[in-house]
Write a protein that binds this ligand. Structure first.
Ligand code: PEP
Ligand code: MN
Length: 343
């Protein structure tokens, strides 16, 4: 249930209503828009009927939220959520690029990649320390050592770092070094992990599960939001369909759909969708035209010798070239590309 206040409602009016809602055992979420303040209420909505909320002169109307997710619903919050990533604000309307290797393989390759993606316009560095791999015998990341390398490269370049956390036991360790915690496709419905990252105090990049519906994704985000963490970005990264030509099928329609359904920023990862580097630019450009708030792109100085996902990783030059085209498409659709944050 959402209580919409009149534009002239005072702080005192707001406090009075919040007190009433709390006394009924519901949790109020106050959200201030440009012209109106709204109070989203979570809990047993029937209890709200016990008090004539509409009788408060400051209340304009009461609206039900007919969706299973509440905190993630666009109606529930008066303005778009912006997620802080270093100096950047993902969700502010600009296109934000987050780029880097699939996995952190060592200091030199990480630094070289970070400097190149920064020069090309990325606002953050990605790089896996703990890697979810289909085979237990594949390279599973350098773990804690990679976290140290990411933190050191952030010091040198000023780029904030995004890295995946696979396990509830590692949330504190990863949160200590990273600027943003990635929850991967394979963990999108790991509810214990979602709860932990919700309590970490760090921004979260939540990737869509490969067989998850958009409602599943929004409900997964709801788990994080319900722990008081409003800094959540969603990421479409391709889903499993009958099509085998590419690694996954990029659901481009997810972008405009999610932008309507939720106030959270929506990113697209064209790398894991395509699975091959020659198709990554076209998918990235389509995502920008469709309204994505950002791109998550795998980049490697020597993709043919990468320890994971080399086939879909762009070279440093190819990434720089892509960013020029991203700027062209952004301009063509009346958008802009976020500038690299300076240290
Ligand atoms: C990744 O970003 O490196 C990754 C493992 O992605 P996903 O969880 O989407 O497969
Ligand atoms: Mn990868």
């Amino acid at each position: 249930m959402i209580i919409v206040l009149r534009p002239n409602a005072s702080e005192h009016d707001l406090e009075q209503i919040v007190t009433q809602v709390t006394a009924l055992g519901l949790t109020p979420h106050v959200s201030r828009g440009v012209s109106r303040t709204i109070i989203g209420c979570i809990g047993d909505e029937d209890r709200l009927r016990e008090v004539p909320v509409l009788a408060f002169p400051a209340v304009e109307t009461i609206l039900p939220v007919e969706k299973p997710y509440k905190l993630a619903a666009r109606e529930f919050v008066a303005r778009d959520t912006e997620v802080a990533l270093g100096g950047a604000a993902v969700g502010d309307g600009a296109v934000h690029a987050i780029a880097g290797p699939c996995s952190v393989e060592g200091r030199d390759m990480l630094l070289e990649t970070a400097e190149a993606v920064k020069a090309a316009g990325a606002v953050a560095l990605r790089g896996g320390a703990f890697k979810p791999r289909t085979s237990p015998y594949a390279f599973r990341g350098l773990g804690a050592e990679a976290l140290e390398l990411l933190a050191a490269v952030r010091e040198t370049t000023g780029l904030p770092v995004v890295t995946e956390v696979l396990d509830t036991r590692h949330v504190a360790l990863v949160a200590d070094k990273a600027d943003c915690l990635q929850v991967g496709a394979r963990n999108m419905q790991n509810f214990a992990l979602l709860t932990e990252v919700g309590e970490s105090g760090k921004p979260v990049l939540l990737k869509r599960g490969m067989s998850a519906t958009l409602e599943d994704l929004l409900l997964a985000a709801e788990y994080v939001l319900a722990r008081g963490n409003t800094q959540v970005m969603l990421c479409e990264r391709g889903i499993r369909t009958f099509e085998r030509a590419m690694r996954n099928t990029l659901d481009i329609g997810a972008v405009p759909y999610l932008k309507r359904e939720t106030h959270l920023p929506v990113l697209v990862d064209p790398s894991h969708a395509a699975g091959r580097r020659d198709l990554v630019p076209a998918l990235a450009l389509a995502a920008v035209a469709a309204g994505a708030d950002g791109l998550l792109i795998e980049v490697h100085p020597d993709p043919d010798h990468a320890r994971s996902d080399g086939d879909q990783s762009l070279t440093l030059d190819a990434f720089a070239e892509l960013m020029d085209r991203v700027r062209d498409v952004a301009t063509a659709v009346g958008r802009r590309v976020a500038e690299t944050a300076t240290p």
